[in-house]
Design a protein around this ligand. Structure first.
Ligand code: URA
Length: 242
């Protein structure tokens, strides 16, 4: 169940504030009854009209997916590659789309939603949340090099925000290492470019966390819906839960 003004805003009727005005001034009916109070909650089964015109009430849905390699994080692909949408089953009827992007060869946590308001906020540079990536890299980064990442490095002529970085393990024989990197920005190929910038090209990349969300219990190619507490917390982080 969602508040009526939120469902109206989500359906593109008007902003939440203007939807409230439409309700209190008697323009809105739920199942044929005029509603003028603001506390009313509705579900996808309710029939809502504004000035007798039905509105499309798709309820917001929030999905956490563990994206496998060789899947594009877009709704469709002109090269006919598999997309994250293809991994959803028939139970998800809503038209969801990914929040931000993961590269074709990057695995891990990606959110999908039909809540445009939240998706926009979460990808807005001002509110971007922490994301932790684990990368297998060529060579073994020194402490000095990792420090560069923490201070920020130059990619495409711009300085990246300071990142948290840690060497998790190294293989002296193969000359590779596993590094974790936590960033809040979302520039194109950012992690690969940052690690390239310190001389350690990425061989494999996985996003393990998105804010407080983890992949726990979600195998590659699988997904789950977020629970209401998780949605609330995400909205709080995105400054939407005012
Ligand atoms: N940074 C990258 O380089 N690739 C991703 O897929 C995500 C972050």
């Amino acid at each position: 169940m969602e508040r009526l003004q939120k469902v109206m805003a989500h359906a593109g009727v008007a902003s939440r504030r203007s939807s409230e005005k439409l309700i209190t001034s008697g323009h809105v009916k739920v199942n044929g009854e005029t509603v003028t109070e603001l506390g009313v909650k509705v579900s996808k089964h309710d029939h809502i009209t504004v000035d007798e015109m039905p509105i499309q009430t798709e309820m917001p849905i929030y999905i956490l997916m563990n994206k496998p390699r060789q899947v594009v994080s877009t709704v469709s692909d002109d090269k006919h590659r598999k997309t994250v949408i293809d991994l959803l089953d028939d139970e998800i009827k809503e038209r969801v789309y990914p929040v931000g992007r993961l590269d074709y060869d990057t695995t891990g946590l990606i959110l999908l939603t039909n809540d445009g308001e939240l998706a926009n906020q979460l990808t807005h540079p001002k509110y971007e949340v922490d994301k932790t990536y684990v990368a297998k890299v060529e060579g073994i980064p020194t402490n000095e090099e990792l420090k560069h990442l923490r201070k920020g490095v130059n990619i495409d002529g711009k300085h990246t925000s300071p990142a948290k970085s840690k060497l998790l393990s190294s293989d002296d024989g193969r000359k590779t290492a596993i590094v974790s990197l936590t960033i809040h920005e979302g520039k194109n190929h950012q992690v690969k470019k940052m690690l390239q910038a310190i001389g350690h090209p990425v061989m494999k990349l996985k996003r393990e966390t998105y804010a407080f969300l983890t992949l726990k219990g979600v195998l590659p190619g699988e997904f789950r819906e977020l629970n209401p507490e998780e949605v609330k917390e995400l909205k709080r982080l995105a400054q939407l839960d005012k």
